[in-house]
Design a protein around this ligand. Structure first.
Ligand code: NDP
Length: 437
């Protein structure tokens, strides 16, 4: 079998085990507490804390919704619909990056079509009174509960599949059950030849649910108040612009760390199946019961600032991909870009070359694109104003995630490119924030 996932060695072994076990045990209850606080405790952490103080563990068990038949039905119909779109909608053939063992995965780029069909279908079902999306909001706790358990079972399936029937040579065991379960074993697991599991979990289930739930929250507020507040409109518009950008650029996403480096395990798959639909959508979940009125001018300022950040984040990714696609023969900010030609050796001993862009956004800092990503999240949260902390949890989480990711990526690139990465760090000394960090 191939080597163990590289990601596990970034931190010290003690810290690695501690964080893996903490996340495995704390994330599921956190999702339930987040939902409970947003929907039943006025978004107030203090209210939830007082409840738990008073009722203890039994109180927590009482608020944890049991997965109901309707919750399973909603998840199953949604999942099956998305899987069918992934398999059946037409799309251009796209090749992913060369994997560490020299494979090149092939995809069908039909994400934008699937996104369009999903939103049009969902809104039409509501418009023609065939299915009311408020049902989803009303059963959200049960849905999260079912997702938590269902996705854990799914990760066990991934673990077993990784051992007995890996889809490609990009698979391997670390020899440690917890690490294999947490980080995953296969880089590109598939069912059959064409159904890519990570495209399904990350894009078509996770990211798609973000847009579907954003629309759901809007419709729920409309049902409750007979109108949608401007704060909700700004939040929903920005989240939808972000998800639209994601699907517009989905083939580019298949070149990023999530797909090209992180294997299919609890970290990525459970995260996309449960954490994205709950935590990522949580600012909108909060606004359902907190219809803040911002006024036209403030709403517009926030909207424009948010769209600008999403655009800059998109442009950073676009620059890097355009640069790689054209082998450095493109214009960055109007001129031929400066670059480093970095050679590296694959696990099979082949020597290859990659180009590192040192101009444009990528000349400001090595992970500058995380700055507009975090700011965009701030702008779709700030319509909630500052009465409660919890709507900002996603922004705080994202900041920690991306700062950790910058470290993981730097460490990985340093071991891949050696002296060439050092050269890049000398030329572009800041990791994320130019002049500061
Ligand atoms: P990146 O797009 O930053 O890709 C990192 C990889 O790019 C490196 O591993 C390296 O891969 C290559 N690379 C690094 N430096 C250069 C350079 N100077 N020139 C050319 N190639 C380089 O990865 P991410 O996955 O972190 O980010 C992708 C997008 O996803 C971003 O927009 C990010 O904000 C977003 N994101 C959002 C998250 C969320 O939860 N909302 C979480 C994570 C990311 P190689 O081996 O090919 O050289």
């Amino acid at each position: 079998m191939a080597a163990a996932p590289e990601t596990k060695t970034v931190h010290s072994p003690a810290l690695t085990y501690f964080s893996m076990l903490s996340l495995l045990s704390l994330c599921p209850p956190f999702v339930i507490l987040l939902w409970y606080t947003m929907v039943h405790a006025d978004g107030s952490v203090v209210q939830t804390r007082n409840y738990l103080k008073q009722h203890g563990l039994q109180g927590f068990i009482d608020i944890w919704p049991r997965p109901t038949a309707i919750a399973w039905k909603i998840i199953f119909v949604y999942g099956a619909f998305e899987a069918a779109l992934q398999l059946l909608l037409p799309g251009k053939r796209v090749e992913g990056p060369v994997s560490p063992t020299g494979n090149r995965p092939v995809y069908k780029a039909n994400g934008m079509a699937a996104y369009f069909v999903t939103l049009v279908t969902y809104i039409s079902l509501w418009w023609f009174e065939i299915f009311n999306p408020t049902v989803v909001y009303d059963h959200l706790g049960e849905i999260y509960s079912a997702l938590i358990f269902g996705s854990l079972i799914f990760c066990v399936f991934l673990y077993i599949k990784g051992h007995v029937a890996p889809s490609s040579t990009d698979s391997g065991s670390s020899g440690n059950l917890i690490i294999d379960f947490y980080w995953g074993m296969e880089l590109y697991p598939r069912i059959g030849k064409n159904f890519d599991i990570k495209v399904f979990t990350n894009c078509r289930f996770g990211m798609m649910s973000w847009a579907v739930l954003a629309v759901t929250y809007c419709i729920k507020q409309y049902e409750l108040n007979g109108k949608v507040s401007d704060s909700m409109l700004v939040n929903t518009t920005l989240m939808l612009v972000y998800v639209t950008k994601f699907f517009w650029w989905e083939a580019g996403y298949w070149n990023t760390m999530d797909i090209a480096h992180d294997r299919a395990g609890f970290y990525i798959c459970w995260g996309c199946l449960v954490w994205v639909p709950s935590v990522y959508t949580s600012p909108g979940m909060y606004l359902v019961n907190h219809p803040v009125n911002l006024g036209m001018q403030l709403a517009l300022y926030i909207l424009v600032a948010g769209i600008l950040c999403i655009y800059i984040n998109y442009d950073c990714d676009r620059q890097r991909q355009e640069f790689r696609r054209t082998n450095g023969k493109c214009k960055i900010w109007g001129k031929a870009p400066s670059k480093i030609e970095a050679t590296y050796t694959t696990t099979s001993g082949e020597t290859k070359t990659s180009l590192l862009l040192t101009a444009g956004w990528w000349g400001l800092a090595r992970h500058f694109h995380y700055v507009p990503e975090i700011l965009a999240a701030f702008f779709w949260t700030v319509p909630a104003l500052f009465n409660h902390f919890l709507p900002y949890f996603y922004v705080v989480f994202l900041t920690i995630l991306l700062f950790d990711r910058a470290k993981r990526d730097d460490d990985r690139c340093r071991s891949k490119y050696g002296k060439y990465w050092k050269l890049y760090c000398n030329k572009v000394p800041y990791k994320i924030i130019p002049g500061i960090y």
